[in-house]
Design a protein around this ligand. Structure first.
Ligand code: PGA
Length: 251
């Protein structure tokens, strides 16, 4: 059985003091969680959030990591910096990074490999745009993104990778994929993992859904056989709503 995984992507929201307070509130509400709970604040908020969740069952993720170990890369963060700060997970290839910051399948793969070798567990985001869905090429797009993200990653490493299926048209729009749509694509991603690594490994990889998951639709999405959790944006900034999603993942 794969343990359910609920991660909040706070994006470019909350100042360090606001983030520390939000993390504290979430950790208090998540005391009975039976799923993994992760919050991903902006980098400058990480130390305060780590202190807030110390000794609780909430863990911390970053929103990006650079693919070089160190050096002259102004503005970037290395895996060693993040692990030393107490970060366990890192979101890679979020569609907002692909759309606004030139992230490609190649850099997603480089970051994923660097995260793994640097001791971070990657949450790799893939998903089709509205145009790609309307053109009927979404399966092809998702299969390609999944394969390219995992290039040169061994089966042992792959078992620790978390994949988030986030249809771009559902992110921040209030439009959620139906539970059946989301489960279907998560199932396709699992079959790609099976082709790459064999069924045993594919069964270990957690595949999340992301895109307008909220307190009212989480239970139905999380009940699907191929959906192992959620990557949550907007609703993760509201402790009551995030707590409802955690509850829905804890059944
Ligand atoms: P949303 O964002 O829940 O606000 O749609 C999800 C995400 O971007 O990971």
């Amino acid at each position: 059985m794969r343990k359910k995984f609920i991660a909040g992507n706070w994006k470019m929201n909350k100042t360090p003091s606001e983030a520390a307070a939000l993390a504290l509130e979430i950790s208090e509400k998540a005391l009975d969680a039976k799923c993994d709970v992760v919050v991903c604040p902006a980098a400058v908020c990480i130390p305060g959030v780590i202190s807030s969740v110390d000794g609780t069952n909430v863990e911390v993720g970053a929103q990006n990591v650079h693919f070089k170990e160190n050096g002259a890369y102004t503005g970037e963060l290395s895996a060693a910096m993040l692990t030393d700060a107490g970060v366990k997970y890192v979101i890679i290839g979020h569609s907002e990074r692909r759309q606004y910051f030139g992230e490609t399948d190649e850099t997603v793969n480089l970051r994923t490999r660097t995260a793994l070798s640097g001791g971070l567990l990657p949450i790799v985001c893939i998903g089709e745009s509205l145009g790609e869905r309307e053109d009927g090429i979404m399966y092809e797009v998702v299969r390609r993104q999944a394969k390219l993200a995992m290039m040169n990653i061994s089966a042992d490493e792959a078992a620790g990778v978390i994949i988030a299926y986030e249809p771009v048209w559902a992110i921040g729009t209030g439009k959620t994929a139906t539970a059946e749509q989301a489960d279907e694509v998560c199932g396709i991603i699992r079959s790609v993992m099976g082709e790459l690594y064999g069924d045993d490994t594919a069964e270990k990889i957690r595949i999340l859904y992301g895109g307008s998951m909220n307190a009212s639709n989480a239970a139905e999405l999380l009940a699907q056989p191929n959906i192992d959790g959620g990557l949550i944006g907007g609703a993760s900034l509201k402790p009551g709503d995030f707590a409802e999603i955690i509850k829905a993942a804890s059944v």
